[in-house]
Design a protein. Structure first.
Length: 407
């Protein structure tokens, strides 16, 4: 299959300039050339452009926001509705959070046809960190939505920016302990719509209002597996058990209150905690690299070390969104293709990786596809946030999270 990126030299030069964010006479010259070529400066160090990628089905149109992350320059963070189990549109979240651009993020829980009466939560599948704080953990691989990752890749994969300001691909896993008079219990989940079989998960005020019933449904090998018959939920406040219930609850969890939800063997362990029992709950998201993250969200690896990941599931051509890391982790490109409602044919995952490789991506990750794909950015009036790509179906879909660019 022949593929090629159609991009003029001035466009490539300016994209590189914005990625590293270091002004110079050459950069000024490139910026001047780019103005005529269609590069739009959204904010200092943040630029928008479009280009096409040649496929056997025709030209796929790709929208790009390039970000140069240097000290005192633009930064990126988590775009999300304020709680884990909620959804909103990219354009609304971008405007509300004061960002200059935003793109949709992780796959999320959007269908519950397998379990009658169990509500859809809208929560993302992968881990998430916001403002340096762990927000949620990864669901079991079989319970994740989206294409199956290549062999050896798992649901713990994230794109994030560490506390030193460097963008990375990594893995984040829930690690924690519940200290009780009967001995410690492992924490295996955090604010997630599916818990591993036999485990205990933690839910906090950041979860939101939806029922936690979905967290005990499915299994580690099948999203459609039955809900657990043995369930227990314990409410903890001020270091003591406040109550024990035989089923998951719903509604907002007050700040300072922690809910422990167990299924199967985890439920049996929790039932030994009577009201008034002292407990100490500690948890975190541990990274495979040892890095601490200021922000992270779930994402599938597409490129590592400058080469596409082997074994990408092709799937059919569809709208896609992705993030590209360059300039030793200090430059980013956020990319979204046009939806099927336009003239663009969309891309398979191998094609998406091929489109990213010439952009200088040392690492890159797939975010989501289909109707969720949205790239929004501030317009030339320096105020209004506008959707830049052609949306699949012509309407913005509320999503669980995304990447925000702050100018």
């Amino acid at each position: 299959m022949h593929t090629s990126i159609r991009i003029s030299l001035p466009l490539a030069l300016v994209a590189s300039t914005f990625a590293v964010g270091s002004p110079s006479a050459g950069a000024a010259s490139a910026a001047s050339a780019a103005s005529a070529a269609g590069i739009e400066t959204i904010a200092p160090g943040v630029a928008y452009r479009t280009f096409t990628f040649d496929t056997p089905r025709g030209d796929a149109r790709i929208h790009e926001v390039a970000v140069g992350m240097r000290a005192g320059g633009p930064r990126v963070g988590l775009l999300y509705p304020g709680t884990v189990a909620a959804r909103d549109t990219v354009s609304r979240m971008t405007g509300r959070q004061g960002a200059v651009a935003g793109i949709n993020g992780d796959f999320f829980h959007m269908d519950e046809s397998q379990h009658a009466g169990v509500p859809v939560t809208g929560a993302p599948s992968g881990p998430a960190v916001d403002g340096g704080n762990p927000l949620k953990g990864p669901v079991p691989l079989a319970q994740r939505y989206g294409p199956r990752p290549p062999q050896g890749e798992g649901p713990e994969h994230v794109f994030g920016v560490d506390t030193g300001g460097t963008a990375r691909l990594d893995r984040l896993t829930v690690r924690g302990t519940i200290g009780t008079p009967n001995g410690p219990l492992d924490v295996s989940g955090l604010n997630q719509y599916a818990l591993p079989v036999g485990s205990v998960g933690v839910f906090t005020s950041q979860w939101g209002t939806p029922s936690r019933a979905r967290a005990v449904c499915g299994s580690d090998s099948s999203r459609a597996a039955a809900c657990a018959a043995d369930v227990a939920e314990v409410t903890v406040r001020d270091g003591k058990v406040q109550g024990v219930a035989a089923e998951p609850g719903d509604g907002a969890i007050p700040t300072g209150t922690t809910v422990l939800l167990g299924r199967d063997a985890g439920a049996h362990a929790l039932r030994g905690l009577a009201p008034g029992t002292p407990v100490d709950v500690a948890y975190d998201l541990a990274s495979a690299s040892g890095a601490r993250y200021a922000f992270a969200l779930g994402a599938y690896p597409l490129i590592r070390g400058g080469s596409p990941v082997a074994g990408l599931e092709p799937g059919g051509p569809a709208p896609r969104s992705a993030v590209c890391i360059r300039s030793n982790g200090h430059g980013l490109k956020l990319l979204a293709t046009d939806g099927r409602g336009g003239k663009s044919p969309g891309l398979t995952l191998p094609e998406l990786a091929a489109a990213l490789k010439p952009l200088g991506c040392t690492d890159a990750a797939y975010l989501d596809g289909g109707g969720s794909v949205t790239l929004a950015a501030r317009g030339s009036d320096k105020g209004r946030i506008a959707v830049r790509n052609t949306l699949d179906g012509g309407k913005e879909r509320p999503v669980a999270n995304g990447i925000a660019v702050f100018g």
